[in-house]
Design a protein around this ligand. Structure first.
Ligand code: ZN
Length: 459
């Protein structure tokens, strides 16, 4: 029996249409699903066995792998494909007959389960920020978190589609990269209280042995009333934009526009003249402004809506108009699908929160942006999900992976970027403007932007 509602089948057709550039029709047939092309009378792809587990919120599903090359199919990463949901797979996995191909693995169920984060719904095994951690996920437990598993299986499905309908042309995608910057702290001292500044200065001297930063602090604070001070160590915006421009990228800067936790949210207001000036500068240079909803807003749809409205008001007042307005949750806090629905209802264009804070990789199993679906209400949403692949501190910081700034960290970023390149998806990288305080940050960031995959247009 098919577990898919008509809305879920329509959503799956949307996903396939964006991926392959063709109009599909999906319908239940016996115990499985039949995939046909709307403007072709002939031919079909049949999925006879659907997995009920792909509609359940659990991480204890069985797992196996499938070696595509044994059946003469191509694996896009050149490795056996992770196959969640089943303990064994029949051989051959893919049968071809004259009018029909039969695929004995529930690729569509997998797509539904991973993209809609079904696994995460109503979970209670959360971390100290209320987040579903990578370590609880099926992908981590079975070692495929760094694999874009949905993209890999859709690549196989694409080959079957091409064999089944040799006359159709599949849409070709191109690798891209997107960088974004959560503006948690636009200024080291500019917006802090006297007490906060003194605490920061003491930290500079005692912990960081940075006397210069401490000594200039009062001066920077006095001179940040209209414009962020050039000597402010967190005022890295021009440098970031310059890097992006040199690499043909657009930087997105996400601003905090509310305070739901005084200790974890920002110390600036989006209406401050120096922030307005910054937004104008970003916009004038052709970069993007977005929203970074505050710490406790992830379970408070009305807070996300209010913060979005506050940002829109400032942008309107500054004459900044953008076709899209997206962003990311502060601390990557996310309750699925509450937070997703809140973004949607706030009229936002996309969200780019979905990566795990504790480990980088493919939380959504894909590095393609895609239309969201609320699997609880069974509704196709307007908002798009732009999966995040890596946040700088996830890889660098001691509290997470702790790889620091050496070769190991560099290769982790580059491996992930390379996988996105191979599946012709988008490598999205989060690097905070306040995380460029030392030379090692600048060097590593440039290496990631520079690496051959950015400029490699051979495919
Ligand atoms: Zn943040």
């Amino acid at each position: 029996m098919s577990h898919f509602t008509p809305a879920a089948l329509n959503w799956l057709c949307l996903i396939l249409e964006e991926r392959f550039g063709l109009n599909f029709h999906l319908q239940p047939s016996q115990d499985g699903l039949m995939l046909t092309l709307t403007d072709h009378d002939q031919g079909s792809i049949y999925f006879p066995k659907l997995e009920a587990a792909f509609h359940e919120s659990r991480s204890d599903l069985p797992f196996t792998q499938w070696d595509a090359s044994v059946e003469w199919w191509e694996s896009v990463l050149g490795e056996p494909l992770p196959a969640p949901g089943v303990a064994t797979l029949p051989k051959p996995l893919i049968e071809r007959q004259a009018q029909q191909a039969i695929i004995h693995y529930d690729i569509l169920g997998l797509t539904y389960w991973v993209l809609n984060r079904v696994e995460e719904i109503d979970r209670t095994d959360l971390d100290n920020h209320g987040r579903f951690p990578a370590t609880s996920s099926h992908a981590f437990k079975h070692g495929y978190l760094e694999r874009p598993v949905v993209d890999e299986w859709l690549h196989v499905l694409g080959q079957v589609i091409q064999k089944q309908w040799p006359q159709v042309e599949l849409k070709q995608h191109q690798f891209s990269m997107k960088v974004s910057h959560d503006v948690d702290a636009p200024s080291r001292y500019g917006f802090s209280s006297t007490k906060g500044m003194i605490r920061g200065m003491a930290g500079d001297v005692l912990k960081r042995k940075n006397f210069k930063s401490a000594l200039t602090a009062p001066f920077i604070r006095l001179n940040s009333s209209k414009k962020l001070h050039p000597a402010d160590p967190f005022n890295t915006f021009d440098w970031i934009m310059e890097q992006s421009e040199q690499h043909g990228l657009v930087s997105a800067f996400y601003f905090i526009c509310g305070r739901t936790d005084a200790s974890k949210d920002a110390d600036y207001e989006p209406e401050h003249p120096a922030i307005r000036e910054l937004m104008r500068r970003i916009h004038t240079r052709g970069h993007e402004i977005g929203l970074h909803p505050s710490y406790n807003s992830y379970q408070a749809p009305e807070a996300i809506a209010a913060e979005a409205e506050r940002l829109r008001a400032v942008m309107r007042e500054e004459g900044i108009s953008q076709n899209i307005l997206g962003g990311r949750m502060h601390y990557l806090r996310w309750e699925h699908p509450t937070t997703l629905q809140a973004w949607n209802d706030a009229g936002m264009s996309y969200d780019s929160t979905l990566s795990y804070a504790d480990l980088p990789g493919f939380r959504c199993g894909t590095c393609y942006e895609y239309p969201a679906f609320n699997s609880v209400t069974q509704q196709i949403l307007k908002i798009r999900i732009r999966p995040l692949i890596a946040m700088e501190c996830t890889i660098i910081a001691e509290r997470y992976m702790g790889l620091g700034y050496g070769k190991e960290a560099e290769s982790k970023f580059l491996e992930l970027k390379e996988k996105c390149r191979k599946v012709k998806g988008c490598f999205t990288l989060l690097w905070h403007n306040s995380h460029f305080a030392n030379q090692e940050d600048l060097t590593l960031y440039k290496q990631i932007l520079d690496s051959r995959s950015t400029r490699n247009n051979n495919d």
